[in-house]
Ligand binder design. Structure first.
Ligand SMILES: [Zn+2]
Length: 87
């Protein structure tokens, strides 16, 4: 199964109750990244419309900032908080 299948199942599970057609972007800090074939935690932005940003490894000190920039470029409605989807 590819990354899209894995992310699809997370997104379907996590999106329950989200408003249809909205663009609420959550910032995710994924600390258990073995589904990508590596152990480096990473940041990624995930929108309620199924858009996701590029992932940025935590090793990059600007990773969260880069993901938030991508999120704001997609939608003005970006969550201030951090989500830990796999904890
Ligand atoms: Zn969106």
């Amino acid at each position: 199964m590819g990354i899209s299948g894995v992310w699809g199942s997370f997104l379907r599970r996590g999106r329950a109750g989200a408003p249809a057609g909205g663009h609420l972007v959550e910032i995710w800090h994924v600390r258990y990244a073995r589904e990508r074939g590596q152990d480096v935690p990473y940041f990624i932005a995930s929108c309620s419309c199924e858009w996701i940003s590029d992932a940025h490894d935590e090793a990059d000190p600007r990773a969260e900032e880069r993901v938030r920039e991508a999120a704001r470029a997609h939608s003005p409605d970006v969550a201030e908080s951090m989500t830990y989807p796999l904890d």
